[in-house]
Design a protein around this ligand. Sequence first.
Ligand code: CUA
Length: 332
Amino acid sequence: MKETFPLFPQQASTMAPRVDALYFYLVAVTVVFSLLIAIAILYFAIKYRRRSESELPHGIEGSLKLEIAWSVIPLLFTLTFFFWGTSIFFAMNRTPDDAIEISVVGKQWMWKFQHADGQREINELHVPIGRPVRLVMASEDVIHSFYVPAFRLKRDVLPGRVATLWFEATKPGRYHLFCAEYCGTKHSGMIGSIEVMEPTEFQAWLAGGSGSESLASAGAKLFQQHACNTCHRPDSLARGPNLEGLFGKPVALEGGGTVIADESYIRESIVMPNAKRVAGFQPLMPTFQGLISEEGLLQLVAYVKSLSKAAPSPAGILPPVQDSPLEKEVRE
Ligand code: CUA
C-alpha cells in the first residue's frame, strides 16, 4: 500500500477541486464560528460569574440592533453555502453536449459497463482524460450507489429508473470505484476501478476490444425481436407513437400534462406503458417488465435516442447480449 491513510482522495476530475473548495470553505466557516462561540461562552462565564451569595442579577433590556445583526449576518453566511452549492449542483447535473455515453448496470454484486460502440467491461471502466463522460445507469435488483471518490462523484442507482451522471477525468491513473449503498451480503465486494487513459491510448484500447455491436444497434435488434416496430412506425398503420426525433422532446400526455422524453421516461414506457400514456393513443401496449433485461432496456433507450440523431443507426447481427461469459466468470 503506497499511501497508507491519505487524508483526502486524489483530485482526478474537473469537479473534484470545486467540491473540495466548497468543502474547505464549509469547514473554515464552521471552525471560525465554533471558536467564536466557545470563546464568548468562556468570556461571559468569567465576566458575569456570581461573585457573592447575595448577588442578584439585574434586568436586561433587549437590543433590536444586536438581534438583527445576529440574524442577518449568519443568514448571509448560510446563503453563500446555498449559492455556491447550487452552482456546483447545476454544473454536476448539466452534461456537456460532447459527452461520450456509457451504459452502467448495477447488480448483486458487480458493475457492468457497455461503451457506445459495444465494448463491455465488468468492475472496470476505461475512460479518456479531458473528455466528458456521461453514465446512463440502471439497477437490475436493489439500490446500489455508484461512487468514485477521486472524482467526487456519487449517485444512487435505483431499480426501476434510469440515473445519469457525468464527469471529466483530468489525471491518468487508476481510481477506486465503490458501491456506496448496502445491497446485500457481498456489498463490500462490489468494487472496481476506473482506468483513466490518454485519449490516444483510450482509442487504441477501444479498437483492441472484442468488437461487439453498438448499444444502439443492439437496441435496434431488440426492437425488431419484440416486434415493437409493428406499432411504432412512421406511417398511418401506427398504433403507437412514432419514435423518430422523439428523444429529449416534450410529450403531451393523455389526461393533460407533458413529460420530457428522457432516458427515464423511455425506460418507464417500456416496462409500464400506461404510466404516462401519450395523448391520442389507446392503452394497447403490453408491459415488457421482466421480458427485457436492464441492459436490454438501456440498449433500447440508446436506440430510441439514435433515432433523434442525424446519423442512421447501423444494424448488425451478432450474438445475444445477456449474461456474457465475462459476467459468469465474475459471478463465480
Ligand atoms: Cu451494490 Cu452495495
